[in-house]
Design a protein around this ligand. Structure first.
Ligand code: ARG
Length: 436
């Protein structure tokens, strides 16, 4: 442990056990790449401001840029410091000597870590959008295979109405994930401004133009308020919320799949179905159950982040260090689930005949029969009661609506034209025709 963030005023040496406990290095080491990028841009600002010569800047930038590769190859072990930012500076001091003492000019770890987190978030957004695109492509393939298959729509977990499968997956995945994509766009807007230049909380008095680093790093502007720049983690909250909502949406789709599978309306390919260690007949939907369960983790991560920030005053507090653990887990977990659902879709088949049987057994045609009577001039509430009575008498005879005969209709004083309305698949197609 070096003493780069210690002065006589700090007092004594840090207890090694405290250092080991408080370090964020095991978690924030994955910021190394963006941390180095931020430092390289900062050096550019120092050169532009005359605080470093071009040669000094080049030497620092070359050393810094070489570090991620060295660490990845195992040639360099990051020193155990409070965090990745200090580890890099300590390594730089040991590598280029005294020149490294100029690196942190006009900068604090507070604006540094805020910058790193935004750069990391930018990469995370790219990965999430890519994963959503890949899932969308698998969804297209699934709709190609099964989209026009009639299946039941459920309310209260009871068979309700015949629909086409494309409407189900559209509701379960496509439409909600498109809205989630929109939320990720909000995150993108919230990471537009560079925190670099805000320093610890009040900027600095040196001739460093913050536009230089901001432009180098692809931000739209330098900080407009240094206190906000170091203390805001709104983008982390929005991202964790987007991940939590993606988790809910994926979980809801998975709940549908588990139920459809238990009802025998879908089958799972062996590539994604798990067995039982005891019961030889099992073919379980574990992939979908595990994704469903992960929605709870995403929600927990969001709550952990919100609770961490709750009650903090403005500006930087060490509490903010805890943001990374929850945010990294949230994004990693979301990426994994998106990938697994895409894989699951490839191995999920809808059983068309079973769907028709479920629709027939569930008397899903009842509403169509009611609407047929309405089209013949019967007031809706009257038609509704007549078909309700018909369902009841069929059920009393242990029969389904689709087994109606002319005699049943005569007994109920209903027109024989209802016999032409019993095709659940035709109903699904007619209803779905309005929703492309
Ligand atoms: N590891 C810290 C974090 O992640 C970096 C900033 C520390 N700043 C400080 N003044 N202690 O938030």
């Amino acid at each position: 442990m070096s003493s780069i963030a210690r002065t006589e005023a700090t007092g004594g040496t840090l207890d090694p056990e405290f250092l080991a406990w408080q370090t964020s290095l095991p978690i924030d080491r994955r910021l190394l790449g963006v941390d180095v990028a931020g430092s390289v841009a900062h050096v550019e600002g120092l050169v532009a401001g005359g605080l470093l010569t071009r040669e000094e800047g080049d030497e620092l930038q070359a050393a810094l840029s070489s570090l991620p590769g060295k660490v990845a190859r195992g040639d360099v072990e990051l020193p155990l410091e409070e965090d990745v930012h200090m580890a890099v500076e300590v390594w730089l001091r040991a590598t280029v000597g005294e020149l490294a003492d100029k690196l942190h000019t006009g900068r604090s770890r507070n604006d540094q870590v805020a910058t790193d987190l935004k750069l990391w978030t930018r990469e995370a957004l790219g990965q999430l959008l890519e994963a959503l695109d890949r899932l969308d492509a698998r969804l297209d393939a699934w709709i190609e295979r099964h989209g026009e298959t009639p299946m039941p729509a459920y309310t209260h977990r009871q068979v309700a109405i015949p629909v086409l499968a494309r409407l189900w997956v559209g509701a379960a995945l496509r439409a909600p994930l498109a809205r989630d994509r929109h939320l990720l766009g909000v995150v993108e807007a919230e990471i537009a401004e560079s925190p670099l230049g805000a320093g610890a909380i009040g900027g600095n008095t040196l001739p460093i133009d913050p536009w230089v680093a901001a432009r180098e790093l692809g931000f739209t502007s330098p900080p407009t308020n240094p206190i906000d720049a170091v203390g805001s983690r709104d983008h982390a909250l929005t991202l964790a919320f987007a991940c939590a909502r993606i988790g809910q949406h994926l979980g809801r789709f998975c709940a549908d799949v588990v139920e459809l599978s238990s009802d025998g309306l879908v089958t799972l390919g062996g590539a994604v179905a798990c067995g039982s260690s005891m019961m030889p007949h099992k073919r379980n939907p574990d992939l979908f159950e595990l994704v469903r369960a992960q929605a709870a983790l995403r929600q927990g991560e969001l709550v952990a982040l919100m609770s961490t920030f709750q009650g903090l005053g403005t500006g930087y507090h060490r509490d903010l260090q805890q943001d990374k653990q929850a945010l990294f887990a949230s994004v990693d977990g979301t990426l994994g689930c998106l990938k697994m659902v895409a894989l699951g879709l490839d191995h999920l088949d809808l059983l068309a005949e079973r769907c028709v049987t479920a629709l027939e057994r569930g008397d899903a045609i009842a509403t169509d029969l009611t609407e047929h009577l309405v089209s013949q001039g019967v007031p809706f509430r009257v038609a509704y009661r007549k078909i309700g009575a018909l369902v009841a008498s069929q059920r009393a005879a242990n029969k389904r609506l689709v087994e109606l005969t002319a005699a049943d209709l005569d007994a109920a004083e209903l027109p024989h034209s209802l016999l032409e309305q019993l095709d659940v698949s035709a109903s699904a197609r007619a209803r779905a025709a309005r929703y492309r």
